[in-house]
Design a protein around this ligand. Structure first.
Ligand code: THU
Length: 136
């Protein structure tokens, strides 16, 4: 698959799942999709909770779906949110992505109309701590 087709498919998955966000408190719906090492796309949305801190982000949902399906590497990420500026992953989600993705992993930011911006995970989370720091 060409990189552009892959990117568009990831964005489409993030846009589609965003519709299912449970965000009655912030009213800020987010969708995320990750491409795994088998070429599969896994998508998830944010899930808020009446006990506010118990909610979680779209990226965390997408990663959980990937892990549950047996995926262990993230080759690309798309995040879809609607705001004046492209919606980037929060700090905690950057670290969650870091568990499964390399510094050069593209993180594509989109709204419901399409691509807005792209960064690498390394640019979003420089000098990061990861699994290789821990003794095996
Ligand atoms: N949120 C995400 O799901 N992903 C992001 O990248 C940014 C923020 C969610 C968390 C919360 O449910 C809502 O957006 C407002 O912060």
């Amino acid at each position: 698959m060409s990189k552009n087709v892959e990117r568009d498919a990831l964005i489409a998955a993030a846009q589609a799942v965003r519709v299912h966000a449970h965000a009655p408190y912030s009213r800020f719906a987010v969708g995320a999709a990750v491409l795994d090492e088998q070429g599969r796309i896994h998508a998830g949305c944010n899930v808020e909770n009446a006990a506010y801190p118990q909610g979680w982000c779209a990226e965390a949902s997408a990663l959980a779906v990937m892990v549950a399906a047996g995926g262990r590497r993230v080759l690309a990420v798309a995040v879809c949110g609607v705001a004046d500026q492209p919606v980037t992953p929060c700090g905690g989600c950057r670290q969650k992505l870091r568990e499964f993705a390399a510094d050069d992993c593209p993180v594509v930011l989109a709204d419901m109309t399409g691509h807005r911006a792209s960064f690498t995970l390394g640019a979003l989370l420089p000098h990061s701590f990861g699994p290789e720091h821990l003794p095996t």
